[in-house]
Design a protein around this ligand. Structure first.
Ligand SMILES: CC(C)(COP(=O)(O)OP(=O)(O)OC[C@H]1O[C@@H](n2cnc3c(N)ncnc32)[C@H](O)[C@@H]1OP(=O)(O)O)[C@@H](O)C(=O)NCCC(=O)NCCS
Length: 158
């Protein structure tokens, strides 16, 4: 378990199966759908590429992040902070945890897809050094386009 200090005490720990119900519920609220509890469970228990972390304040879950390390690169599968806790540095604390993991695993490039109209998330990623590389037409089930964004981590530079 690791303590980071954004604007107040946030604890970042690995996600476990006890977190699945929380993740499923907030994914439905924020994105309108979830990976499903079964898929999340498989991710946590069996997918060796997957790394998920929870953010907690006063032992309460406030956000999470997921990343797949597909060496030599990696992809953020999702990041979410509860609405009432946004703009307090929690997303940054989660992202920093993934940056550290990527550096430790000598990842070259970290990528993600984000809906083109999700200006908040795009601003957040740009602030953290991600650049828009291309637009993926009709990337999402509902036909929305995505931006592919990439940050060079530099694992290839020893
Ligand atoms: C994107 C998200 C995870 C950011 O989490 P957060 O805890 O609010 O982020 P932080 O407080 O660490 O923000 C750090 C910086 O990102 C930028 N940022 C964050 N939210 C932003 C917004 N809505 N609009 C513009 N910039 C934003 C700011 O520059 C901020 O720096 P500042 O504090 O100097 O203003 C959060 O907004 C979220 O959960 N959104 C809904 C889920 C989502 O869209 N996930 C992405 C799917 S691809």
């Amino acid at each position: 378990m690791k303590k980071v200090k954004p604007m107040f005490d946030v604890t970042i720990r690995k996600m476990d199966v006890s977190d699945i119900r929380f993740v499923d519920s907030v994914e439905r609220q924020v994105f309108g759908k979830s990976l499903s509890e079964q898929t999340l469970s498989n991710e946590l228990l069996y997918n060796k590429l997957a790394h998920y972390y929870m953010a907690l304040i006063d032992h309460q879950r406030v956000g999470y992040i997921g990343v797949w390390i597909t060496e030599p690169n990696a992809e953020i599968t999702n990041i979410l902070v509860l609405e009432e806790h946004r703009q307090k540095g929690i997303g940054t604390a989660l992202l920093d945890t993934v940056f550290e993991l990527c550096k430790a695993m000598s990842v070259n490039d970290l990528s993600l897809e984000v809906r083109v109209f999700n200006e908040g998330a795009i601003g957040f990623y740009q602030k953290h050094g991600f650049k828009i590389i291309t637009r993926r037409k009709k990337y999402y089930d509902n036909g929305d386009d995505a931006f592919l964004m990439v940050k060079h981590i530099g694992g290839d530079v020893k």
